[in-house]
Design a protein around this ligand. Structure first.
Ligand code: 13P
Length: 342
């Protein structure tokens, strides 16, 4: 099937009461790892690329790899999503390239660092929604500001500085018409999220639940949702890495989120750790090897393993065959006739 819209995949996930992992990619091996995991678990999936990923891989390479993914997996619904678009132009260029979903992160200015005002965020997000929906493309917005920095994008900090205000979330969703809403509940991008296993003082699941109660029909998005498993940290460190001890978002908290309106769960760091651990191990144990395939194959396998696990834990496994793709032209008509609820 062709690439599908995020809105369709998340509407289906809401019906089935499960979550969808959105996995970041920069290269062929990561796309292959995700697609092999999706095939093995029969999962619909979101593949996402940040601005940094688009410039690293170059748009055309990336896009054609995604087309290859659809050709080789015609039975799997695949969304191609722009992660953290920083401007109308970034989102527009993604849509022109063929992405079926964009995130307009209007919580930060175009520099990707400085928080915006609420009105600035509404303004730029609404503009992207108008442009995208005319073409049947989905839009994710963000209200509140996440912590940490990812690929040069982010305000930094712990994630507690700019938590989402539930009243603002309601107003933002109404005024912008976004298909999915990223909320700031104490998570942050990268490996260093929490200095001990997080409790309610740093990971605000109560806030997420309050937002869901106010916006029961809005698909919520959890960013910074790698769990940073201890075993992956240990492998990296055993074979020469120097990661400081750290804690991510426990899977049970994500599952609590899924029971409370979270439909899209962003994961990047766990894949990076799995890949790096596998490469370090192979090269440490077989220093005579120099064919990149010797370390990229176990790296791809290690990423696939963690993605399979997450697909099962998030509940998307077994759901790839539940529905046919709605063409983007049909999505555009539905937005125009307001058949798709805001
Ligand atoms: P992690 O760094 O926790 O994997 O988060 C990734 C993310 O939120 C991408 O937008």
């Amino acid at each position: 099937m062709p690439l599908v819209s995020l809105r369709q995949v998340l509407d289906e996930a809401a019906k089935g009461k499960y979550g969808i992992g959105a996995f970041n990619v920069n290269n062929m091996e990561q796309i292959q790892a995700i697609m092999e995991a999706a095939r093995e678990t029969q999962s619909p999936v979101v593949v996402q690329a940040s601005r940094g990923a688009r410039s690293y891989s170059q748009d055309n390479y990336l896009f054609h790899l995604m087309i290859a993914a659809t050709e080789l997996n015609p039975e799997i619904p695949i969304v191609m999503h722009q992660d953290h678009g920083n401007s109308f132009e970034t989102c527009q260029s993604a849509i022109k390239l063929g992405f079926t979903s964009v995130m307009m992160d209007g919580s930060l200015k175009e520099d990707g660092k400085t928080p915006t005002t609420f009105e600035e965020n509404v303004e730029v997000t609404r503009r992207v929604v108008e442009y995208a929906h005319e073409r049947g493309i989905s839009v994710e917005g963000e209200i509140g500001v996440l912590g940490g920095v990812e690929d040069g994008h982010g305000a930094g900090g712990s994630g507690l500085e700019h938590l989402t205000d539930p009243d603002q979330a309601v107003e933002f969703a109404m005024r912008t018409g976004v298909d999915a809403l990223a909320v700031a509940i104490g998570t942050s991008h990268g490996a260093y999220k929490f200095s001990k296993k997080p409790d309610g003082s740093v990971l605000k699941m109560d806030l997420l639940i309050a937002i869901h109660h106010r916006l029961p029909n809005t698909h919520l998005v959890m960013h910074g949702s790698s769990s940073v498993p201890q075993n992956l940290q240990d492998i990296v460190n055993k074979y020469g890495g120097h990661l400081k001890q750290t804690w991510g978002v426990p899977v049970e908290e994500i599952q609590l989120g899924i029971k409370n309106g979270v439909r899209k769960i962003n994961v990047d760091t766990d894949s990076r750790l799995a890949i790096t651990g596998a490469i370090r191990k192979l090269l440490a144990e077989s220093p005579e090897k120099f064919d990149p395939r010797d370390y990229l194959k176990p790296a791809r396998e290690a990423m696939k393993k963690i993605v399979v696990q997450r697909m099962r834990e998030f509940g998307q496994a077994t759901h790839s065959g539940d529905y046919e793709a709605i063409p983007l032209s049909e999505m555009a008509k539905r937005y125009a006739s307001e058949m798709i609820a805001k």
